[in-house]
Design a protein around this ligand. Sequence first.
Ligand SMILES: [Zn+2]
Ligand SMILES: [Zn+2]
Length: 265
Amino acid sequence: MAQAFAALSAVEVMAYGLLFFGGIYLVFGLATWTLTRHVLPALGIGRVLDPRPLQPGQLRRELQQSGVSILIFGLGMIFPWGLLQLGWAQLAERTPGQVALEILALVIWNDVHFYINHRLLHTRPLRRFHLPHHRSVVTTPFSTYSFHPIEALMLGNVILLPMVVHDFSFWSLLSVPIFSLFFNCIGHANYDFFTRVSPMHWFAASRRHHLHHACYQGNYGFQFTFMDRLFRSVLPPGAAAAQIQQQSQARARRDAGSQAGGHAG
Ligand SMILES: [Zn+2]
Ligand SMILES: [Zn+2]
C-alpha cells in the first residue's frame, strides 16, 4: 500500500484525497446525527447537552465551510505525498503491534498539536480565522470541519512533522484523519453519551467541547484533558448552565407572548 501511494501521480493523490475526506465527513456526520438524534434518545441512553435551537441556516453554513475544508484537506494530500517524493520522509512496513504503538503516539501528538493551534487561534491576531467555527454555538456533527481556510491549514498539517521525524506505517498515518474525525464528531455531537462519568473522563469529551463552544474561552483540548490541566484552562462543569437557562427561559417567554398575541389577534 505504501508503494502504491507513493507511486500515484499528483493529480491522483489530490483526487483520492478529496474523495476520502468528503466521504468520511459525510459518513461520520450522518452516522453521528442518526445515533444522537434518533437511536440513542429512543433507547433512553445519554442526553442532549445544549437544548437551544440551531441558528437559522446553521447547517447550510456548516456544510459550505466544511466543503472548503475538504478541498484544503483533499488537495493538501499533496504535502505528505510530496515529502515521500522528495525523500524527506519514508513509509515503513510495521507489525500490527508497532502500528498500534504508532497510532497511540499519533493520538497523543494530535491532542498536543490541536491544543497549540487552538490556543493560537484564540489569540487576538488569529481570532478572526477561528470565529467561523465558533459561529456554531450549539454544535452539530457537521460542525467538525466547519472552519476558516486558515484554520483548516493549521489543523490539517498535523502529520507532516511526525512524518519527518519517524518512518510511520501507511496505516498509522491513515488512521489520523479517521480517529481525529471520530473524536471530532463526538466533541461536536452536542450529546452526553456517558452521563455518569466524571467531567474529566475521556468519555466526557463531548461535554467539554460543548462548554468550549458555549463559553468561547477555556477547554481548548481535543479528546483528552492533559493539555488543559497542564496550562490551567479547564472550565468548570456548570460554566454554561446560567447562560443556557437564561436564554431558554427568554425563549419560553417569547413563545408564550407570541401565542397570547396570536390568540388576541
Ligand atoms: Zn475555539
Ligand atoms: Zn469546535
